[in-house]
Design a protein around this ligand. Structure first.
Ligand code: AMP
Length: 498
């Protein structure tokens, strides 16, 4: 559980998973929702833990038992728990210790929140091979300058991150040629980014995989970036993993022809927790396997075979998107937003802004004239993780429709410009307001910030909000939770909060 998630979501996950024992830390207890689990605080219950037997535990746990349940966005409005068994994790880690390969001499930088499955690679692989692991805070992980100093000061040799993080490091001047093994995954790796990473002299691996097939399922070592303007190859399956690119009739497609990527093998999840119908729809019988119990996971990804046998990722066949590496079902945002009493209709999309960054935009039809974007943002923020809260909201009289009556997503108007100033510009007039406005301007890369300007309306998103809290902490020596930025998103409001 990521403690920065809203209480409602944590509460849902605790009860859906039927948690009986909760391992946590004393300082987090007050932020947890009410629950029935027995709490063990790893920091303060040390004495009690030590008083137990020193013998090895006989747990009776075997390879077919669950290692973890990870929740991912669900299109019906609630997250779904993916159940992964020990055998799948062991298969995955056994392969990854050889390719890309980690040795006892390595220092692995762990930057991922534990509520994403890729954190399992960062935590268990170094432990398994006896490498050193350095766990950085989320503030450091999202602040390019601090992350860059960490990389060189701690002589990091391996780091796994999404393309957004690698891009952020390059934008902050990462160019040194010390040997870093770059594990890049979670989202399409553009040819341009691959080229820039290779320029640093690093060893570059592209990793592809859905949570439902245990972290990464296909990998490739990229020695040269493609010259064409298309995403880098996602390579070939890892050990004990089969991939099929199939048409809607489940027939294999020829080389170069797009089809849906299906994955089978040892990495397959048991299914979605408490969701038998969804499990049946996404984990289908494998028509190519002699074993009738064998299954394939329908990834929803479009892909094609390249003539050399490597696989190329082409995009999605549904409304699942990736924003800065986060997997988001647009339907989940829409479902939650529709519960707002003044929202009659809504649709969410991911678009690219002028600076080339992906961002979420929500369109809302409402009869209530006074409905403000700030109200909608606060409403969503109580139920969705920060990365799922759209950065722009557009209120429309009606949604554009296609001739057959579906929402015409392509005809939705772009949000006005990049800066949506809903209040008159008033310059900062106290020393603290000046500091805060200056931090806003630096984080957002804009020149002028007034005291009533809303951080999110100026283009702020969850990752930038983390940078904001980290800089406010440095300037004012106070800890500001991410939540506070959503509750007090203007310079003047934040001054009061501080
Ligand atoms: P998640 O379950 O969060 O790991 O997200 C899985 C989805 O992310 C996949 O189904 C793809 O759509 C996308 N994805 C993951 N890795 C890559 C990659 N290397 N290239 C392109 N898309 C990727």
């Amino acid at each position: 559980l990521d403690p920065s998630y809203p209480t409602e979501r944590l509460s849902y996950m605790l009860s859906d998973a039927g948690i009986e024992v909760l391992l946590t830390q004393q300082n987090l207890l007050s932020t947890l929702p009410s629950h029935v689990a027995q709490v063990v605080c790893l920091d303060t219950d040390g004495g009690v833990i030590e008083s137990h037997s020193q013998e090895n535990l006989v747990t009776g746990v075997n390879a077919d038992n669950l290692a973890y349940v990870i929740y991912t966005s669900g299109s019906t409005g609630e997250p779904k728990g993916v159940q992964i068994c020990h055998s799948s994790v062991v298969n995955f880690l056994s392969y990854m210790r050889c390719f890309p390969g980690v040795s006892p001499e390595d220092t692995f930088n762990a930057v991922t929140t534990i509520s994403f499955d890729i954190a399992a690679l960062e935590l268990y692989l170094p432990l398994l091979v006896g490498a050193k692991i350095l766990i950085v805070s989320s503030e450091v992980a999202t602040d390019a300058d601090r992350l860059l100093s960490e990389l060189s000061e701690s002589r990091i040799t391996v780091m796994q991150a999404t393309p957004a993080t690698w891009q952020m490091l390059l934008a902050s001047g990462w160019s040194s040629h010390y040997p870093l093994k770059v594990l890049c995954g979670g989202e399409a790796l553009s040819a341009q980014l691959a080229h820039q990473i290779l320029e640093t002299g690093s060893e570059l691996w592209n990793l592809y995989g859905p949570t439902e097939v245990t972290i990464w399922s296909l990998i490739t070592h990229l020695r040269v970036a493609t010259t064409e303007n298309k995403p880098s190859s996602i390579g070939r399956p890892i050990a004990n993993t089969q991939v099929y690119i199939l048409d809607p009739q489940l027939q294999p497609v020829p080389i170069g022809v797009a089809g849906e990527l299906h994955i089978g093998g040892d990495g397959l999840a048991r299914g979605y927790l408490n969701r038998p119908e969804l499990t049946q729809a996404k984990f289908i019988p494998n028509p190519f396997a002699p074993d009738s119990s064998a299954r394939l996971y329908k990834t929803g990804d479009l892909a094609c075979y390249q003539p050399d046998g490597n696989i190329e990722f082409l995009g999605r066949i549904d409304h699942q998107v990736k924003i800065r590496g986060f997997r988001i079902e647009l339907g989940e945002i829409e479902a939650v937003l529709s519960n707002h009493p003044h929202v009659r209709q809504t649709v969410a999309i991911a678009t690219t802004d002028a600076a080339g960054n992906q961002r979420l935009v929500a369109y809302v039809v409402s009869e209530e004239e006074t409905l403000s974007t700030q109200q909608l943002r606060e409403f969503l923020q109580q139920q969705l993780p920060a990365y799922m809260v759209p950065s722009a909201f557009v209120i429309l009289d009606t949604l554009p429709l296609t001739p057959n009556g579906k929402v015409d997503r392509k005809a939705l108007p772009a949000p006005d410009g990049d800066i949506e100033r809903t209040q008159e510009y008033i310059a900062p007039h106290t020393p603290n307001q000046e500091i805060i406005a200056h931090i806003f301007a630096t984080v957002l890369g804009i020149e002028k910030v007034g005291i009533h300007d809303n951080f999110f309306e100026l283009g702020g998103h969850s990752l930038l909000a983390t940078q904001l809290t980290s800089r406010l902490k440095q300037s004012f020596t106070v800890d500001i939770p991410l939540r506070a930025i959503f509750e007090a998103p203007s310079v003047e409001q934040l001054e009061r909060t501080i």
